[in-house]
Write a protein that binds this ligand. Structure first.
Ligand code: AMP
Length: 546
């Protein structure tokens, strides 16, 4: 027997409608690319997003076609998203930090028809335009007064386009399973692969993300997504925040400590989210200036492992709750978050940190398991580690155009490529990316755990660990360290600090000091580049073994 409830399609346009109707006066504050702070509201955004849809329709864009954005986090970027998706088109977020060849590949592979581009990134598209012959035009996200001199073939002014429309537009009523968003994963091997989100998956993910034990967003919150909208949908915040009616504060292109700290204070931000490298920089800025975080209640840290020392400083020194999160582009992206369960608040400070360094537990809507190499499920004892597999309504079932072939097993599980443990309470901890784990004498060493420990040393700014070939043990860990500005340290000093905090055989065989650790376009340590840099490195222990 079928239920007798309404068919109410889950479309992202309904999120903005809801925000405009019930939280119409709530602000979206942006540090504009032109410079000044600009303010809009959900009510205004709802009209302007409809104008974007009208303008695109006038340009000939049809349902199901792909329109890209190459832009910072701003209100304009957000209204463009809703306009593109509300037309029934697919919004493709391009990552400006990618190499030109990758951008060309992605733009052509996705068959982008138009690209919305911020002033800052006009030179990027100018340089690759000739290699993207199917792009019909470039919408420069500024007003007529700021339009740059450009050699782009068909450069259109965003505000001029919107001025020509009246905003009287009905969102296109596409099927809830129709595509609405596209984001390419920056895989370390092969070409990037497109993850194609549907209206339904984005709406469900926004609901999941907003729940109390996930990001815990409320109408009274002021939310600052530092995580870019081109990095896995700003972790869903541009959907979850309007869904609950929260104020949004957009940092634009200025992501230095001073600019972020200013917004956190003046806009009374209560919730923010970004990768660890951003917080590393902010915490160093706070330490230097003696400033405090007066309004901030909660920070979500994800994308890479949040070091224990970072979590401790946020919580103990600044009174900000850290929610460590793990996810991936293929998961829309939230997979797990580290909110406490009943009884955990009573634990000691160190015991709490032991839980907080883990990547957390899945909200409803994410299924998870760990398996050995033969696919047999491993116990949840916090010790056994294996391949991390996931399943759920906002997790990819294949990549765009079938690239990479079949990505689910026969039971519908997606192998994340991560290796993890799960404890009795269901808290998952990432050991490593499967390809980064260090295989020493048949046992595995977690590079992430060593990195996290090393950055706890007061002189260490950032650390990376890679496996170096070893004649006896197969691989042994090399610790690569960037010291804080003006600091000097010896190898012995760093190793002495780590000694006793990990198993003896996990201790790095050597320490290399370098000026800068390379990062990927989404802020992760570029292990591949490091492995290449140190490919001829000989560990001091290698001789002894010969
Ligand atoms: P991306 O799709 O670019 O967001 O990358 C996803 C990958 O980032 C995951 O498969 C993990 O390897 C890594 N990752 C994300 N969050 C975390 C975290 N909190 N700790 C460790 N690794 C993480």
């Amino acid at each position: 027997m079928k239920g007798l409830m309404q068919d109410w399609p889950l479309r992202v346009s309904s999120i903005l409608d809801h925000a405009a109707r019930f939280h119409g006066e709530r602000e979206i504050v942006s540090r504009s690319v032109e410079g000044p702070i600009v303010r809009t509201t959900y009510a205004e955004m709802n009209v302007r997003a409809r104008k974007v849809a009208q303008a695109l329709r006038r340009l000939g864009v049809k349902e199901g076609e792909v329109v890209a954005t190459l832009a910072w986090n701003t209100g304009r970027h957000m209204e463009a998203w809703y306009g593109i998706m509300g037309l029934g088109a697919v919004c493709h977020t391009l990552n400006p930090r990618l190499f030109a060849e990758q951008l060309v590949y992605i733009i052509n592979h996705a068959e982008d028809k138009y690209i919305f581009v911020d002033l800052t990134f006009v030179p990027i598209v100018e340089a690759i335009e000739a290699q993207c012959p199917n792009v019909k035009g470039y919408v420069i996200m500024t007003d007529a007064a700021h339009m740059p001199q450009t050699k782009l073939r068909n450069a259109l002014c965003y505000e001029t386009l919107l001025d020509a429309e009246d905003g009287d537009f009905q969102w296109v009523e596409v099927d809830e399973n129709a595509a609405c968003g596209l984001c390419y994963t920056s895989g370390t091997t092969g070409n990037p692969k497109g993850v194609l989100y549907s209206h339904r998956s984005n709406v469900l993910h926004a609901m999941i993300g907003a729940t109390a034990d996930a990001m815990g967003l409320k109408s009274v919150d002021s939310v600052l997504p530092v995580v870019p909208m081109f990095h896995a949908n700003a972790w869903g915040i541009a959907f979850s925040a309007p869904m609950v009616g929260a104020k949004i504060v957009m940092p634009g292109q200025k992501m230095d400590g001073d600019s972020i700290c200013e917004l956190l204070t003046t806009e009374e931000v209560t919730f923010t989210a970004a990768v660890p490298t951003v917080w590393l920089m902010l915490l160093q800025y706070l330490e230097k200036t003696g400033k405090t975080l007066d309004h901030l209640k909660r920070v979500v840290i994800g994308g890479s492992a949040a070091p224990r020392s970072m979590i401790d400083i946020f919580e103990s020194k600044y009174g900000v709750e850290v929610r460590h999160a793990w996810g991936m582009t293929e998961m829309s992206p939230l997979g797990t978050l580290g909110s406490f369960k009943a009884g955990m608040e009573e634990l000691s400070h160190e015991e709490k940190l032991d839980i907080k360094v883990k990547q957390g537990r899945p909200p409803y809507g994410v299924e998870m398991k760990i398996t050995d190499d033969d696919g047999a499920e491993l116990p949840w004892d916090g010790k056994a580690f294996g391949h991390l597999l996931v399943r759920g309504p906002s997790i990819a079932k294949s990549y765009l155009k079938g690239e990479g072939g079949k990505i689910l097993d026969d039971d519908g599980w997606f192998d994340t490529g991560d290796v993890a443990t799960v404890d009795q309470r269901g808290f998952m901890q990432i050991t490593d990316r499967a390809k980064d784990v260090i295989k020493s004498g048949g046992e595995w060493i977690s590079s992430i755990e060593l990195e996290n420990l090393a950055v706890g040393h007061p002189k260490v700014a950032e650390a990376a660990v890679i496996g170096i070939a070893h004649p006896k043990w197969d691989e042994r860990p090399l610790l690569i360290v960037v010291l804080k500005e003006g600091e000097t340290a010896t190898k012995e000093e760093i190793l002495h600090y780590m000694d006793g905090k990990i198993a003896k055989w996990w201790m790095p065989d050597d320490v290399a000091f370098i000026d800068e650790i390379p990062h990927t376009a989404t802020g992760k340590i570029q292990k591949l580049a490091l492995r290449d840099k140190f490919k001829d490195y000989k560990l001091p222990t290698a001789n002894a073994a010969e």
